[in-house]
Design a protein around this ligand. Structure first.
Ligand code: AHG
Ligand code: MN
Ligand code: MN
Length: 320
């Protein structure tokens, strides 16, 4: 039988890869691991809450309002980080402003606590995405400057996909590793060591309902995909679409349009972390012309167009 490695063993084993690491980052990953298990449990009964338990006015037995899973996940990840100490502040898709912990932690985190919200109640894969940056400001509180660092400054990034199984995939800049939750024992085990993505793939993922709003270049790339009889796959949960394409080879696109020149996806919570992961796995991420990780954010909730996945496919989609 081959050796089983748990996520906690792996984190400890790799702690040394981190310059100046004092174990803080390991603790932080441990907090994410626990939050991921709890969200996974809740995601598994999301349909039950919405369709059966929610039928009596969306209240639980204590008479409290049932929380939507994205608010629940946001609160949970923030609570886990707050109690843990390495992170001094968080920027989340679900909060208008920075959430401060006032604890002197040396990292800041950005996150999309629940990606794919429109799929929560319909039993389709959803996810969580996170980035970790070093704090660069020196005053008593973290500032916007800490969060507006380009993605190239990320020291770790990852996602959790709550799918037919729950997986946690992350990188600290030394490759990408994936762990699958064995729910019978409640443990993440290394299932996808050193993940790499093919340079060429056969899957294109884009919301083709927006085809008429895309530029000529994007439309012609989509036409080429059809001529080549590629597979169209679009879940509508970025994490799940990204995860599939990472494993199989493919491209995910969320282009800008005349009405929404920066598309829909958020630079800090979605594009940057996945860009770090895809590059670590040998792929590419651009906004159509520039490398995502080089973009200098100017605001927390900034959006950007995204072309991400297999190297050759991203180059072909963005060549004009
Ligand atoms: P979120 O649920 O965090 O708001 O993100 C939804 C995003 C992303 O997950 C997905 O790929 C995209 O929205 C789908 O958008 P369209 O429905 O416009 O295709
Ligand atoms: Mn999202
Ligand atoms: Mn979200």
């Amino acid at each position: 039988m081959s050796e089983i490695k748990t996520l906690s063993e792996f984190i400890v084993e790799r702690q040394g890869e981190f310059p100046g690491a004092t174990g803080d980052l390991s603790q932080l990953l441990t907090a994410f691991r626990l939050a991921a298990k709890i969200v996974s449990r809740e995601a598994n009964k999301a349909g039950l809450l919405a369709d059966i338990l929610g039928a009596a006015g969306n209240e639980n037995v204590q008479g409290e309002q049932q929380q939507k899973l994205d608010v629940y996940a946001n609160d949970l990840f923030i609570r886990m980080m707050r109690t843990q100490g390495a992170v001094c502040a968080v920027a989340s898709e679900e909060n208008d402003d920075i959430v401060h912990f006032d604890n002197g932690g040396k990292y800041v985190v950005t996150m999309d606590p629940l990606d794919g919200s429109s799929n929560i109640d319909v039993n389709v894969s959803i996810g969580t995405i996170f980035s970790i940056y070093p704090r660069v400001s020196t005053g008593p509180k973290a500032t916007l400057e800490d969060f507006l660092q380009p993605g190239s400054k990320q020291i770790a990034a990852g996602y959790i996909v709550y799918g037919s199984s729950t997986m946690l995939v992350y990188s600290t800049g030394h490759g990408v590793n994936g762990f699958t939750l064995d729910s019978s024992i409640g443990t993440f085990c290394l299932s996808h060591p050193q993940m790499t993505t093919p340079a060429e793939g056969t899957i294109y993922s884009v919301n083709e309902g927006n085809y008429l709003d895309f530029s000529d270049g994007v439309r012609s790339y989509i036409d080429d995909c059809k001529k080549k009889r590629m597979s169209a796959r679009y879940i509508g949960s970025l994490v799940a679409d990204f995860h599939r394409n990472l494993l199989k080879g493919g491209i995910y696109m969320y282009p800008g349009t005349a009405k929404a020149p920066n598309g829909k996806l958020r630079l800090l919570y979605e594009a940057n972390p996945l860009a770090m992961l895809v590059e670590q796995a040998g792929g590419t991420a651009t906004d159509g012309t520039r490398r995502i990780l080089d973009l200098k954010p100017t605001e927390l909730h900034q959006r950007c167009p995204l072309y991400i996945g297999s190297k050759n496919m991203v180059a072909a989609a963005t060549k004009s």
